[in-house]
Design a binder for this molecule. Structure first.
Ligand SMILES: NC(=O)c1ccc[n+]([C@@H]2O[C@H](COP(=O)([O-])OP(=O)(O)OC[C@H]3O[C@@H](n4cnc5c(N)ncnc54)[C@H](O)[C@@H]3O)[C@@H](O)[C@H]2O)c1
Length: 450
């Protein structure tokens, strides 16, 4: 073990993706020396050259700053493990066909750690894993490391939101530490101490944002948090369906509900549905509940409501256009939320498939996520046009369908938009656009739940 903010501790980060890179740079910003590794040679080479592969505000600047300061370096996994007193595991935990979590990459990393750790090593699970994963990793390590070395496995779930990853890491609303030994707890508190010294109570132990639990509790907190947030969204989308039928405005209903402090206004917008990590984490938690003999039907309904969103939007379009076959739909927004280039499990993927299945052509635009979307989609030939701008997407289209609330879509001139389209129809899948301005410009404007 070498180097460190307060002496002799280096931290390893395995997996430098959307979570691992902000975590590594956040730890470097706190003053630690960080050795990062990624199994993908292109990712590792690009980061070593100071070029992040994904858009994330603040990351390019911190990457250059800490490559320069020597507090962050990209190295091989074995070296990162050998040099480090604590290793943060940030590898993917994708969903299997049956909803359960594929822990293969976590297990691969555990083998590397078992083979290369040198001296006491704390393995910190940051990937989102189902309850019991830390215990499984502990067993695998015990078998492989042959009892020869000292180590602990802790769970420190990551709650950062893409698009605000650095901000969230450096000013978290909570830090959950799932530990099974005093040694692991003390080391994690030491690692996070600079965070609380710079903005808070001055000490991690005195800070109300730190919650120390056992590892299974920490794993459950992360899964339950995402399942709960997904439930809020499907609840408000169910309300939207009701409001559409009852002639009520779901946005006003959500505002009225959100004014109750027990409910709150955040994360309560009706729309095209959720994507990103939520669908896989929801599926994983649903699977885990069933494994434990707990009725998962509440969460199954949450997933079902979300899965039905694209069909509902397609029905709205078909109703307004008298069918979708032969129609051209401009899709504004492919990322699962604004400010990111991530399309993992984004509603846009299902929506575009659905439109094409119904015989429509699509003209796609996103300010950041076009490349990621292209990677995820099978070739669709003439049915897809990749547009250079929002207006280009709308050219000759029978409808604009907004799926991601990128601020620039609100700036599009309504009159120019109308002139460029074949039919003046907007379906606003996020209730985001300036509806009055669009109606004044002659558009028929349909939203969600109003
Ligand atoms: N993206 C989010 O907003 C978010 C938030 C909280 C938690 N999480 C969880 O964090 C974990 C990582 O998610 P992500 O979004 O960063 O994924 P990602 O795909 O963006 O990044 C993962 C990285 O790990 C690398 N990797 C895979 N196997 C490896 C190995 N054996 N050794 C070293 N590197 C390896 C991959 O090449 C990739 O660069 C997941 O469990 C996810 O659920 C994600």
């Amino acid at each position: 073990m070498t180097g460190g903010a307060d002496g002799d501790l280096t931290l390893g980060v395995l997996g430098l993706g959307r979570v691992g890179l902000p975590v590594a740079l956040g730890l470097a910003e706190l003053g630690w020396t960080v050795a990062g590794a990624d199994a993908d040679p292109a990712t590792a080479a690009s980061l070593a050259a100071g070029e992040p592969l994904h858009h994330e505000p603040g990351v390019p600047e911190l990457l250059l700053r800490h490559l320069d300061s020597g507090r962050f370096r990209v190295t091989a996994s074995a070296d990162a493990v050998r040099d480090s007193g604590a290793v943060f595991v940030c590898v993917p935990t994708p969903r299997r066909e049956d909803g359960s979590t594929d822990l293969g990459q976590v297990e691969d990393v555990s083998r590397v750690i078992a083979d290369h750790m040198d001296g006491y090593t704390l393995i910190v699970e940051k990937s989102t894993n189902p309850v019991g994963s830390a215990a499984r990793i502990r067993e695998a390590l015990a078998a492989r490391a042959n009892g020869a070395r000292e180590w602990d496995v802790a769970v420190n779930p990551e709650f950062l939101r893409e698009g605000q990853a650095i901000e969230n890491f450096l000013a978290p609303d909570r830090v959950v530490l799932g530990v099974e030994s005093d040694r692991a707890r003390d080391l994690l508190l030491r690692i996070y101490a600079p965070l609380f010294e710079r903005n808070g109570s001055g000490s991690a132990t005195a800070d109300g944002r730190v919650l120390v639990t056992d590892s299974a509790t920490a794993e459950t907190i992360k899964h339950a948090a995402n399942a709960f947030l997904a439930t809020r969204l499907s609840f408000v989308n169910m309300l939207a369906d009701f409001c559409e039928s009852a002639g009520v405005d779901v946005d006003a209903v959500a505002r009225g509900l959100g004014m109750d402090p027990r409910i709150g206004p955040e994360f309560f917008g009706a729309g095209a549905g959720f994507g990103g990590c939520f669908p896989k984490d929801l599926a994983s938690f649903t699977h885990t509940l069933a494994d434990h003999g707990v009725d998962p039907s509440l969460l199954e309904a949450v997933a079902r409501i979300n899965d039905e969103r694209p069909d509902r939007l397609a029905r709205t379009l078909a109703r307004e256009l008298g069918g979708l076959a032969g129609r051209t739909v401009a899709v504004w927004g492919l990322a699962f939320k604004p400010g990111v280039d991530d399309v993992r499990d984004a509603p846009s993927l299902r929506m575009v498939d659905c439109l094409i299945e119904h015989g429509a052509r699509v003209r796609l635009h996103d300010p950041m996520a076009m490349d990621e979307f292209r990677k995820c989609r099978r070739a669709a030939g003439d049915a897809v046009h990749w547009a250079a701008s929002a207006l280009d997407a709308a050219r000759g289209a029978d409808a604009v369908l907004l799926l991601t609330e990128w601020p620039e879509y609100r700036e599009v001139d309504a009159l120019r938009l109308r002139e460029s389209m074949a039919t003046p129809l907007i379906v606003d899948g996020r209730n985001f656009l300036d509806r009055e301005a669009l109606v004044r410009a002659g558009f028929t404007c349909r939203g969600v739940g109003r």
